[in-house]
Design a protein. Sequence first.
Length: 242
Amino acid sequence: MVIAAAVCLITLAAIGQESEAGPDPSRAVGSALSKGSFPWYDAEKDEARPIAVRVEAEAVPASSPGGRSGGSSWLAFLGDAIARLGFVAALAALIALLVWFWRLYEPKDSDDGDRRNDRRGEPSRVESLPPGLGGGFDLSDPWAEAIRRRDRGDLAGSIVCLFAHQLLTLSRLGLVRLAPGRTGRQLVGAVADPEFRRLVRPTLRLFEAVYYGHRTPSADEFAAIWAEAEAFERRVAEGVVA
């Protein structure tokens, strides 16, 4: 506005001077403009020069109460937090569902009808017994077979069945690990519980005499071993678990 007013004044002055003197008014205006330094006037061409005007918008600080960026950042942070919490909750629900399915469909222990075989030893482990204990008698229940042979007077056969039963029972209790190639002496020496180890050692000694020495035990020897075997059974009935 100031520049425009100045131009008008200069133009009017020049026109006034030329009107008094009588020369061409347009030349007077060009002469007056050429004497000044105006960025919008080209003196050589005696015409207006275009001027590029740069308009800068006033920046609004992010922390300004009236600015939108501060509010947008808080909304973005809140949305991200809600998304993360939702993901964690979904993951926890999935884990809980998997645990529930596992508990629902995990293999169950044998029912009451199978407890008799569990107590007497697992026939599937018979192949891991030492030599001399893997055949020739009822593998499903060596203890019952030992009683039957005792009652028939087959004391040697009864001792073999008795020793097989005790090793299978110790394996079921987790007190010894049956493995092919291990001898009866090695297995008994590896029994974790000292009381069970003491109770089964007499059976081991008589089994070695019967199997390796081909000797039939006397009635007194057999009675002493059978007394220890009954003590072994009472200890198992107490529910001793490794």
